[in-house]
Every structure is written in structure tokens, then in C-alpha cells.
Design a binder for this molecule. Sequence first.
Ligand code: ACO
Length: 329
Amino acid sequence: MSSIKAKIVATARSLPENIMTNHDLEKIVDTSDHWIQSRTGIKQRHVVGENEASSDISTKIALTLLEKSQLSPTEIDVIIVGTVTPDHFTPSTAAIVQNNINAKNAWGFDLSAACSGFIYGLETGSSLIKSGNYNNVMVIGVDTMTSILDFQDRDTCVIFGDGGGGVLLQQTKNNGIIDSLLHMDGSGGEYLIIPGGGSKIPASVKSVENRDHFIKQDGKTVFKHAVRGMADVSSKILKNNNLTGNDISLFIPHQANKRIIDAAAERCGISKERVLINIGKYGNTTAGTIPIALSEAVDDGKIKNGDYVLLSSFGAGFTWGSILLKWED
Ligand code: ACO
């Protein structure tokens, strides 16, 4: 087995400038700041401006990663963008970013795993690094959720926001990404779905009238599966590595709902002060939540050399998983 591992050498995030508060939403749908905060923990979310898309957010992330890692664009080998809101079905968002940053030697692709997009991307990027064939891999998680939100559906539109983050991976022989555990259960597909706009229900006047291009969810079912999925996968990866919740310096879960995070952390024995929660500021940015939170934690000095950091996600598909890091500066 290869002794090469992947380590994170730079982190970045980008949030659109515009902020939509819960009070702003009160003017659009029948909701209240009190309901949103008490049911989800969200106070506000960032939203894109006119003509701003996932590639614009991703390009800013990629440029920051280049700056922080002191690499030239031509040194980037692969660009992976986890997203369910690509600019277009084709070309990929990764290709647009490659062109925007002038990464002439990079190949890449978009990866669709909803809220697990960054975790799936990190596992894919880490595997490419472990192959020994690539030295510099960018993994970005980004979503422009407002492009698929139905602002007549109060169950759904209040929980999401726009934004993303990313990491640059390089080879190491020491620590870095030390384990991963990923899952998928397609029988949960119907509970969180964008029915229209693809090959099943191609765009038509009827599909638009039916509002088929918006994301739809059965919130209660998703909630239950998310708590169980994130708690189980986190507990399992800890057990597989002979660790307990007490060994984790920082738990960075997908930010879907503060109640989901609290329940999942409690079930896997990680105390509150070691759980990163920033959903109040950003809402659920889908593939963006984990890399945004990771980048904030790094910038705030919350992660030190040798710390165990646990990332966990749950999302549409259903898709879920955990990645265990032993941080290496
Ligand atoms: N404002 C005010 N009232 C509302 C709103 C709103 N925005 N939305 C629903 N309500 C009402 C409902 O109509 C219901 O009223 P009723 O009792 O008169 O019927 C009441 O509030 C309670 O609704 P519930 O659906 O029981 O509320 P719940 O506590 O389940 O919270 C929520 C709903 C926030 C959607 C929750 O189920 C949830 O977070 N689910 C997970 C969904 C999710 O995270 N999806 C994202 C993608 S997957 C992922 O990231 C994990």
C-alpha cells in the first residue's frame, strides 16, 4: 500500500456580499425570525447578486488558495467542484474555474453529492493524491442555493444560503487525511429532490408552471436520517481508529440545522465546546458548509498541529460520510 497521504495545505472561503436576514424573509413568506431561529439556529444567510453564480464564488476561493499556497496556476493538477448548483449542466463549473484562474495544466470535474459534495470531493482528491500521480489538487464545495429555492415554499426557502469554500491538497508521508467512511442510500432520493430540468422532466413551460426546477424536501424525514446518519458514521470512524469523542479537538459537521448538529454530536460523545457551529451566519450552503467552517477554524487559530479534526456530512441522495484528519501544519 502507498505510504503517501493527502494533507490540507491551504483553506479558503467566499460568501457573496448581500445578506438576507430572517426579517427580510418575513416580507417574502409567512414566517418569523423567532420560528427560523428556534427551529434551525439560522439568523441570516448570504445571497448572490444579479448574474453571480457558483463559478464566481469558486473562482474567488481558487484564487485565495493559490495566494495562500504560493503556487502558480500552472502548478494545479486537478480541480474538483462539489455542487448541486453548477452554472450549467455543461461545461462544468470546474472547467470555468480552470479558465478563470488560468490553470492551464489542470483537468477536473463537478461532483454531485449535495450536502456531502465536499466530503465526497475530499475523498476523491485524497485518492488522486495517494495515487502518487498528482501533487496539487483543489477541492471546492460551493452552492448557490437561491438559484433553486422556491420562495413560496416556507418549509424550504428559509434554511438555505449561498457560498462555498475549498482546500488545496498536497502529498505527505505523515498525517493529514487519515481515514474516511462514505455512504449512499438511493432509496432516500425522493425526500430531497429537484424533480425538473434534467432528462426525467426536461425543461418545458409545464415543468416551469409546476415549479419542478425548485428543490423540494420532506423536512422531518430528512431530519431523522441526518441525525442518525451523521451520528452513526462519526461514531464508526472514531471506533475504527480507536478514538472516542474526547480525542476530537474540533468536530465540523455539515450545517443543516443546529438541532441536527446538537443531536448528532451528543450521540457520538463530542462535547459542545468542540463543535463548530456557524449556521446562524450562513444558513445551509449545501456543499459549502464544511469547507467554509474549516477555513474559518483555520483562520481563527482553532486547529493546531497534531489535532484530530472530524468532518461529517449528510445530504440528498441520501449521501453521508465522515473524514478524519490529524492536522499537519
Ligand atoms: N415559518 C413558520 N412556520 C413554519 C415554517 C416557516 N418557515 N415552516 C414550517 N412551518 C410550520 C409548519 O407548517 C408546521 O405548522 P403546523 O404545526 O401548523 O402544521 C410547524 O411550523 C412545524 O413544522 P415542522 O415541519 O414540524 O417543523 P420542524 O421542527 O420539523 O422543522 C425543518 C422543519 C426546519 C425543515 C426541519 O424539519 C429540518 O431542518 N429538516 C431537515 C431539512 C434539511 O436540513 N434539509 C437540507 C438538506 S439535507 C441536509 O442538509 C441534512
